[in-house]
Design a protein around this ligand. Structure first.
Ligand code: BGC
Length: 251
């Protein structure tokens, strides 16, 4: 079975049909810059464009959102238009796209993909995934089961939101070197390790492709094993598709 997965980010909206059995992409991923302002109508327009491009049957679609999502309703939107807050995105997207839409937090979606098919597969105990992108997202698992909507990117580190110090966006904007930025990420991981005593920390987001440049710095600051996401920047849309598949065919 193939399900369309969409990942709404602060800078890009990505989509691809996903083979549910193994999480591979059935076609090359498409990326469209996030519209500015990133209002619900503008974002739905981009998703429709991506969905039309892949064609298909009009089956369910899995969509990630970079904020807290409860039962399809958006509760926070730190890095996209405030019009999303307290907005029933699942009902809105279903109506706009004419097909069932499942909406889930972006880091939770990436975590689900990694827990089932990637770096967290078969790991017992507490596993934490952090996504480093426009913001910092978190997903926390106990024995493979997600505790949804954790927001460790907004934990305070040195008097600031963790994501204001250590997101990939901050590295780019401040032109930080890998060592300096790695130390900032390491501080965030160390704080989380102290609070949750995880058994494994997975680092996701597009920058996980360059893990060799900064993960050794992070690992040098904590005892818990820290590994890059195996699905890298695909994890969010793959996780969204996995969740939508369950919605289509509940266990
Ligand atoms: C949001 C999270 C999101 C993360 C990554 C944060 O600013 O509050 O919900 O997962 O950014 O996009």
């Amino acid at each position: 079975m193939q399900i369309l997965g969409i990942d709404i980010g602060g800078s890009g909206i990505k989509g691809a049909p996903v083979n549910i059995a193994d999480g591979t992409l059935a076609a090359e991923r498409q990326r469209v810059p996030t519209p500015s302002p990133s209002t619900p109508d503008a974002v739905a327009g981009v998703i429709r464009q991506i969905a039309d491009n892949f064609g298909g049957t009009g089956g369910p679609i899995g969509i990630t959102f970079p904020g807290v999502v409860k039962n399809g309703r958006i509760l926070t939107a730190a890095n996209v238009d405030p019009a999303w807050v307290d907005f029933d995105a699942a009902t809105f997207f279903s109506a706009k796209l004419g097909r069932p839409a499942v909406v889930i937090n972006d880091a939770d979606a990436a975590g689900i993909a990694e827990a089932r098919l990637g770096a967290g597969r078969g790991i017992a105990g507490t596993v934490v995934l952090l996504t480093l992108g426009t913001g910092i997202g978190s997903a926390v698992f106990l024995d493979g089961k997600l505790m949804p909507n954790t927001e460790f990117g907004h934990m305070e580190v040195r008097g600031k939101d963790a994501e204001e110090r250590a997101a990939e966006r901050v590295r780019e904007e401040k032109d930080l070197g890998w060592q300096e930025w790695g130390e900032r990420v390491g501080e965030v991981v160390a704080r989380l390790a102290f609070l949750l005593s995880p058994d494994l920390v997975i680092i996701g987001g597009g920058v996980s492709r360059k893990a060799d440049k900064f993960l050794p710095v992070v690992q040098g600051m904590v005892k818990v094993p820290v590994v890059p996401a195996q699905l890298q920047n695909q994890a969010g849309l793959v996780g969204a598709a996995l969740v939508a598949a369950e919605y289509a065919a509940p266990a």
